[in-house]
Design a protein around this ligand. Structure first.
Ligand SMILES: N[C@@H](CCC(=O)N[C@@H](CS)C(=O)NCC(=O)O)C(=O)O
Length: 216
């Protein structure tokens, strides 16, 4: 059966799924979506209530939402990467981190990005400052968590969620220098599966609305 992943190389949630594919060397076709393409837009609207990607098709099966795609890969195409730990209690930690990175790191970074998308020259300061304040708040929580817990072995669902969210969040609000969280970001970025996403996304950096820094 052919696995097809619909997404975009610069999209953080697409990375999340791609990292799982790359870590297990699971073969797949990549369909780079162009939301201006009527066929792509219609397909996304049909399969996802908000037309969001990534989307995975496996024959007649369609999976939406990045976390569900990774759960699907772990169940249907297991490989050496412990995407979802077999131990059910360890799996809870991985799923909790996935929710934290998506709902608080990614979402707060996206809030700032959305303010620039709405008005690149005059982004709403309440949205920009609100998003940055929420990032600082979740950074502090994660720093405390990392003081007492070990991050789950790579590459798990937690790594897949943490890598793109920390990659882009740091561009919006820098991680504190010398922090455990900054060290985790560096560790994640050095993983071959993550590095591949970074390189594939490099040509699109000019699209980052607040402006991409000259690093990474
Ligand atoms: N909760 C979704 C979020 C997906 C998402 O926000 N995708 C963005 C790209 S990173 C998207 O589809 N943007 C286009 C749009 O919203 O129309 C998931 O985990 O897959």
């Amino acid at each position: 059966m052919t696995l097809t992943l619909y997404g975009h190389a610069f999209s953080s949630y697409t990375w999340k799924a791609q990292i799982a594919f790359y870590a297990n060397e699971t073969p797949f076709d990549f369909h780079q979506v162009d939301p201006r393409d009527p066929g792509d837009a219609e397909f996304l609207r049909k399969v996802h209530p908000f037309g969001k990607f990534p989307v995975l098709t496996d024959g007649d099966t369609t999976i939406i939402e990045s976390s569900a795609i990774i759960e699907y890969l772990a169940a249907a195409y297991p490989g050496r990467a412990p995407l979802i730990p077999a131990d059910r209690l360890e799996a809870i930690t991985v799923r909790t981190l996935d929710r934290l990175f998506d709902n608080y790191v990614m979402a707060s970074m996206q809030r700032v990005v959305n303010a620039y998308l709405a008005d690149r020259d005059n982004p709403d300061p309440a949205e920009v400052e609100g998003g940055k304040a929420d990032l600082k708040r979740v950074y502090a929580w994660l720093e405390t968590w990392l003081e007492v817990n070990r991050f789950p072995p790579h590459v798990s669902l937690a790594s897949c969620a943490a890598a793109p969210s920390l990659f882009y969040a740091d561009w919006v609000e820098r991680l504190p220098e010398g922090s455990r969280l900054a060290a985790l970001r560096a560790e994640l970025l050095a993983l071959p599966a993550v590095n591949r996403c970074i390189e594939e996304a490099r040509p699109y950096r000019a699209y980052f609305p607040p402006g991409a820094p000259d690093r990474d």
